[in-house]
Design a protein around this ligand. Structure first.
Ligand code: ASP
Length: 359
């Protein structure tokens, strides 16, 4: 999901993670904890990022037929990877600084505690499927760049141009506006659609995690990563423990948002670890965000990761699901949503938050 936010304000009431309650939570506490309107414990659940409603629907359909949870979540995110209108994932994703789309993805299977991933892969629109094959058909965890492409081609994937006209125009506009000391003239292309106005740095991803009726957990995270990234930059999505982590004895967690902050803190691993210590999924997500906000203060100013008040100047979201089927989502700055199919309803819910975004 795209992360954009403007003026922010620290929620004065603060966030105390652990035994205490959180002030910065989304509107629906009961729903957020997986209680109340949800299907009984033991029923399948699917949790996804805010762009994941269709993915959650598809994954639940497969789980309800007794399908494998990893197959379910991958089939779910394939819908978004194939969609040119989601410019954060797969086909139509925003390119790197050379105008080339490079994709990252990972999968993790709870029952076997195995994972697979690809990073910086070009010309293949479903990197999540390739990541699954890395898990199933090799002894490795992660293939990158040309090696990943070669592996995909060997498995019959077809090379495709992933750069849509809309994404190319956004990239061109960014390139033309980069500097007044080069040979590109600004404002030579027609006005971009509203949703592409902020052609600064944007990012987005889809994460989808699920549990089936037998308690089998699985997850996937797939993305085109940070737009205009330096070619070869790899985000958190294909890094197990950062963009995704599943422990079948405890739960699953995934992330969207600034990958660098997540990689440096192994945060999805931390979320699962916190759930293992007894925290609810929502508490665990908030605790991970709090840890990251603390570390962000140490990061050099030049990285531009904190604002003037020492608060994180980036968006980051976590989604979590525990072994009991309870779920939660939390975001650094208020306003993000996540998708949940709780067995009865498939809907977007508000993420709990660490800092309140000013309107
Ligand atoms: N996490 C992704 C990355 O850093 C981007 C995002 O989710 O916004 O590549």
């Amino acid at each position: 999901m795209n992360s954009r936010f403007s003026r922010r304000d620290f929620l004065k009431t603060g966030v105390t993670v652990g035994a205490a309650t959180f002030s910065g939570r989304g509107r629906d506490l009961l729903a957020g904890t997986g209680q109340g309107t949800t299907a009984p414990a033991g029923s399948p659940r699917v949790v996804s990022s805010g762009n994941g409603l269709r993915a959650a629907e598809k994954a639940m359909e497969i789980l309800n037929k007794g399908g494998d949870p990893l197959e379910a979540v991958v089939a779910g995110v394939n819908i978004v990877e194939d969609d040119p209108n989601d410019m954060s994932v797969g086909y139509g994703g925003l390119p790197n600084e050379d105008g080339v789309v490079e994709l990252d993805a990972s999968v993790m299977d709870g029952p076997t505690h195995t994972s697979g991933a690809v990073a910086s892969i070009r010309n293949i629109k479903n990197p999540s499927k390739v990541a699954k094959l890395v898990m199933e058909r090799t002894t490795h965890c992660l293939l990158v760049g040309k090696g990943a492409l070669k592996f995909a081609l060997a498995h019959g994937f077809k090379k495709e141009n992933l750069l849509t006209d809309k994404a190319r125009e956004a990239w061109l506009r960014w390139k033309e506006a980069l500097s007044d000391r080069d040979n590109w003239l600004p404002a030579q292309i027609k006005k971009l659609p509203e949703d592409l106005q902020p052609v600064m740095m944007t990012h987005g991803t889809i994460n989808c995690i699920a549990i089936d009726a037998h308690g089998r957990l699985a997850g996937v995270t797939t993305t085109s990563g940070l737009s205009w990234k330096i070619p070869g930059r790899i985000g958190d999505s294909p890094i197990i423990g950062a963009g995704l982590y599943v422990d079948n004895a405890v739960g699953a967690a995934g992330s969207t948002g600034l990958g660098e902050a997540n990689i440096r803190t192994c945060a999805s691993f931390q979320v699962v670890n916190f759930m293992g210590q007894g925290m609810s999924p929502e508490q665990a997500c908030l605790k991970a965000l709090e840890t990251i906000a603390g570390k962000a203060k140490l990061w050099p100013q030049a990285l531009k990761l904190v604002d003037a008040d020492g608060r994180p100047g980036f968006g980051l979201n976590f989604y979590a699901l525990n072994k009991k089927g309870e779920f939660g989502g939390a975001t650094m700055w208020s306003g993000a949503k996540y998708a949940v199919h709780d067995g009865r309803k498939n809907e977007l819910r508000e993420c709990a938050f660490l800092y309140k975004t000013k309107n």
